[in-house]
Design a protein around this ligand. Sequence first.
Ligand code: BES
Ligand code: MN
Ligand code: ZN
Length: 501
Amino acid sequence: MTLVIEVLGASLAPEGGPIGLFALAPEGEGTSSVQTGPSAEQVDPGLPAQLDAAECAREGFAAKVGQVLRVSVSPGRRAHVVGLGEPDRLEPDRYRRAAAAFVRSAGQGGEATMIVPSGAPGAALAEGAMLATYRFDPYRSQPPPGPLERLVLVPASPEDEAALRDEVALGVARADAVAFARDLVNTPPSDLDPSEFADRVAERLAGRARTSVEIWDRDRIVSERLGGLLAVARGSSEPPRLVLASYEPASLPEGGAGPHVVLVGKGITFDSGGLSLKTPEGMTTMKTDMSGAAAVMAALSACAELSVGVRVTAIAMVTENMPGPSALKPGDVFRARNGKTIEVLNTDAEGRLVLADGLSLASELEPDAIVDVATLTGAQVVALGRSIGALFGNDPPLTEALREAGRRAGEPLWPMPLPEEYAEHIDSDVADMKNTGRTGEAGSIAAAMLLSRFVGEGPWAHLDIAGPARSAESSGYLTKGGTGFGVRTLLEYLQELSAGR
Ligand code: BES
Ligand code: MN
Ligand code: ZN
């Protein structure tokens, strides 16, 4: 069951369930002020405009972001007042987190009403509510009690209704794309092998406006000389796939094709490490290793609904990394699509091998920007933890635009260097380069450095999302398991690019 969000005029507000209100933290010593408007009285005449200082103090409520205070408004009806934090810098992510806190606090099943303050970003509210109620239950015989089922948004001023409706549709489209990525990540690896990944993407893209998809099978991958994808796939009994999806905007600028962005995703549907086998513990979450591929395909799938105004191509490099009898051996050398040779000293550094070919294909399209997304290195988790992604690139305006998009999307990215003096970390004794760096030294940089040799001359950025692709707990708008990290940053970036032209 997916949360249903409706926008209603105040006069139509339904009876049942808690009422969500937002409050700003006091500046200095004052009391938290509740953000309501003319509609509030019609929803329930008992709704407060000002909170009782004594009650706030008693409950320790300071309107911090996502903090909830439950107050009685009329017999049998409660308001859940959710903090938005301080009134300055009211970024969209505060509303996402506040909406998530409300739907979590509104309990299991049933419905709730939320009063949307004038000027609040309706898209972020809808997104936060949808993301927080995401569940993955297809494998449970007895699913646990579900989250809120219906959320009615009431604009604080009736004249905001039409705009709020449009905003909500955008937020829902984005959250739905994230849910698609999360479902792919959460599906057990034997049920989501490369061909199943490709089929599910094709199914999702079918019928979407100005969106098309091609699936390359093993023969096509051989004839396209995708040596890296083939090298990694050798150890698996499942054949690899390449998914190539594209989106064209409804209107193109006079006499030109407009900007073109190519997205590339790492799609290892299960990473055992290959012959350089991982530990049992290290393998438990490795169905997550296709999160980059899921993110780029999910983002592309929402382009039409979000009226993205630039051309987008998404390439997913999809295979298992297994230690089967034909597996790649440490010491093996293969030739990648662009003719460069790579010595494989650790078969567990497989992501960079498949991405090398994906990036070559991307650069051949001569786009205005290439962005790859990958759960690439354990070192990324060590450097930045589970909430922040690592951002690399060769073009400061592009990396800055992505960082800004990540900030607005609530997916923080931190810039990392590609220092020329570390190039020798990937020098090979026998080939053009090797797939490992120096043990314990700048592992994420060594991986990104290898990628940089396959991107050609144009702007390129690389998001290493090994940490944030998966959440160890359900909190805020994340649900334990796959997070869909990257989807909203990519969409935010593409939407911003559309606005800018
Ligand atoms: N998929 C892993 C990276 C990873 C680790 C993602 C932990 C999420 C959580 C990647 O393929 C990998 O195994 N990288 C190795 C590279 C090393 C052998 C050079 C790593 O980071 O340990
Ligand atoms: Mn690996
Ligand atoms: Zn991997």
